[in-house]
Design a protein around this ligand. Structure first.
Ligand SMILES: *[C@@H]1O[C@H](CO)[C@@H](O)[C@H](O)[C@H]1NC(C)=O
Length: 200
């Protein structure tokens, strides 16, 4: 992709979707959802990560994350979630990437600096396993994005995103922070949401 004519928001969105592709892959590996052979050790930003190589898995992660590009660029995406469900499609764990991109930031950004800041999230993810709960068998997972506002109807890319029928928890979830950073023009937080112990 030619990045020379991109706005700072375009540059940032590209770095973020590339990061999310790797991060989601690491999350799915961490949860042991697939055979380890569906992944390959790769170096990304000089961190050893687990990249999905199984074609369907890699394709899903790639299309879901890269499909967010125009919406992240416009500041419409508030949260990107990797949600794990039990077999009744009730969420058992959510990995939440909360993000904000300053829309009035006008200077060129140093992509290397932003990548360096995001790298810390990948390092935390590689050691986050003890914080997570074990998954029931026969579960499923998916990538879901929450928008600050709805994209305009006519937009072609918006049609890829369908309203979610995710079941809600009755009680406020338990939240476990994993990593956060705030370095203008990007804010990002990664945390876990798990059902409260009093959840019926
Ligand atoms: C966004 O960027 C503008 C221009 O650089 C800056 O003045 C403003 O403080 C930033 N906003 C936030 C919330 O950081």
């Amino acid at each position: 992709m030619d990045r020379k004519n991109q706005t700072p928001q375009g540059q940032i969105a590209q770095v973020i979707v590339d990061f999310l592709e790797v991060a989601v892959s690491c999350v799915v590996f961490l949860k042991g959802f697939y055979h380890p052979r569906a992944f390959e050790r790769r170096r990304y930003m000089n961190v050893v990560v687990q990249k999905a190589v199984h074609p369907q898995l890699a394709g899903y992660i790639h299309s879901a994350t890269s499909g967010l590009f125009p919406f992240i660029q416009k500041g419409l995406v508030e949260r990107v979630l990797v949600i794990f469900y039990d077999k009744a499609h009730v969420p058992v764990e959510k990995f939440v990437f909360k993000l904000a991109v300053n829309q009035s930031y006008g200077s060129k950004i140093e992509e290397a600096n932003l990548e360096f800041a995001l790298r810390a999230f990948l390092i935390k993810l590689t050691v986050a396993e003890p914080l997570t709960r074990s998954l029931p068998s026969d579960g499923s997972w998916e990538i879901t994005a929450y928008f600050r506002s709805l994209p305009p109807d006519g937009e072609k890319e918006a049609q890829l995103w369908i309203p979610t029928d995710t079941k809600q928890w009755m009680q406020p979830p338990q939240i476990t922070p994993i990593k956060s950073m705030s370095c203008d023009p990007v804010k990002m937080q990664l945390y876990l949401e798990q059902p409260s112990p009093t959840e019926p």
